[in-house]
Design a protein around this ligand. Structure first.
Ligand SMILES: Nc1ccn([C@H]2C[C@H](O)[C@@H](COP(=O)(O)OP(=O)(O)OP(=O)(O)O)O2)c(=O)n1
Length: 147
């Protein structure tokens, strides 16, 4: 166990394999259907939200939180991540690739020159709307990948 906890970095692929092993050893594949995993994920997002509930805004880095509170936060964040990784796997989606593609789409939808310092949604930008059309952004990203 200590070797796992001392590890510096972890990949989505590793988490995917560990979740698959975890489920297989327990004969839980039967329960890990897309819908069940989605509901479990949403439940864990609820548990994560409870940690922040009624606290008001909290400063970045959570400097005033006790170690136990931060550890609990790490556990709930992990539950969300693990169910998300498992849901993606069971749905046949390569989450790492999908996330990288989405980052590229986001960069096209939110060009620095239009949105720097603004939290507006891309549909609210003035100016060149051709830059912020989701379909054309997707086509541009996918064409780039084919070249
Ligand atoms: N059928 C299941 C049940 C659990 N888990 C794994 C994924 C989560 O990381 C964690 C969730 O376990 P619990 O449902 O016991 O939830 P918590 O860990 O949040 O515990 P509690 O609800 O008691 O706070 O266990 C899983 O993969 N498949």
């Amino acid at each position: 166990m200590s070797s796992v906890m001392e590890k510096e970095g972890v990949s989505l692929e590793e988490l995917k394999k560990k979740m698959a092993e975890f489920a297989k050893e327990r004969d839980w594949d039967q329960f890990h259907s897309p819908r069940n995993l989605l509901l479990a994920l949403v439940g864990e997002v609820g548990e994560l939200s409870e940690i922040f509930q009624w606290k008001g805004e909290v400063p970045r880095g959570l400097p005033d939180w006790k170690d136990e509170e931060k550890q609990h936060l790490g556990e709930e964040l992990s539950d969300v991540l693990l169910y998300l990784v498992r849901l993606s796997d069971i749905c046949g989606v390569d989450l790492g690739k999908a996330a990288l593609r989405k980052l590229e789409l986001n960069a096209i939808k939110y060009p620095v020159k239009l949105c720097k310092g603004s939290s507006k949604k891309h549909t609210q930008f003035d100016g060149d709307k051709s830059n912020v059309n989701g379909d054309s952004a997707a086509a541009a990203v996918d064409q780039g990948h084919q070249q």
